[in-house]
Design a protein around this ligand. Structure first.
Ligand SMILES: [Fe+2]
Ligand SMILES: [Fe+2]
Length: 196
């Protein structure tokens, strides 16, 4: 049965994340969910996809590195060279697979969770909304978060997303290796901007 954006579904997600995650990650998850639901409203995205994406994206955030590598292998997730250096990058892909098995989440939520850390060229709207909300939620303490939320209000979602991708890319490129999908997502957003 496909999940809806209803209280029973939200309760099921909440029970699981409370069981699996430390308090700070639960708090972050709820804050991401609040923001992605706002974006979903603004952009008229599917609410069930947005709810699953927000609530379940960090389901494997607390996993140990070796557990992530083992789970990725068990799920048949492609393991890139960058994942050997940075196994934590696999927490999105592993969460997407796990969430699909547990809750039969839809393809948009799956894609959003899978790619939430790096983005990718061609990422769909729910994925873009999660990428934005993950970085910009109200409990983040970096100054770029309120700036990104202000941009959302002042200039709209595309400008706010581009700002977030610029900030994240500037940060990760100082700490190689960079996941090739991060670079591709960043380049793709700029190409779209030039052509619009
Ligand atoms: Fe994450
Ligand atoms: Fe997150």
């Amino acid at each position: 049965m496909e999940r809806k954006a209803d209280p029973e579904t939200a309760d099921a997600y909440l029970a699981l994340i409370r069981e699996r995650l430390p308090q700070r990650t639960v708090r972050h998850t709820l804050s991401v969910t609040a923001l992605i639901m706002q974006v979903a409203e603004r952009l008229d995205l599917n609410r069930a996809s947005a709810l699953a994406a927000g609530m379940l994206h960090d389901l494997h955030k607390a996993d140990r590195k070796q557990d992530l590598l083992d789970a990725a292998e068990a799920f048949g997730i492609p393991i890139l060279p960058v994942h050997r250096d940075r196994p934590k990058l696999l927490h999105g892909p592993v969460a997407a697979e796990d969430a699909r098995r547990l809750f039969n989440i839809d393809d948009d939520a799956y894609e959003a969770i899978y790619w939430h850390t790096t983005g990718k060229r061609g990422l769909g709207m729910v994925g873009r909304a999660l990428y934005f909300a993950d970085y910009s939620e109200a409990l983040r303490d970096h100054p770029e978060a309120p700036r990104a939320r202000a941009l959302l209000d002042e200039q709209g979602f595309d400008a706010a997303l581009l700002y977030v991708a610029d900030c994240k890319f500037a940060y990760v490129r100082q700490r190689p290796p960079v996941d090739p999908n991060t670079a591709e997502f960043h380049a793709w957003l700029h190409e779209m901007e030039t052509h619009s």
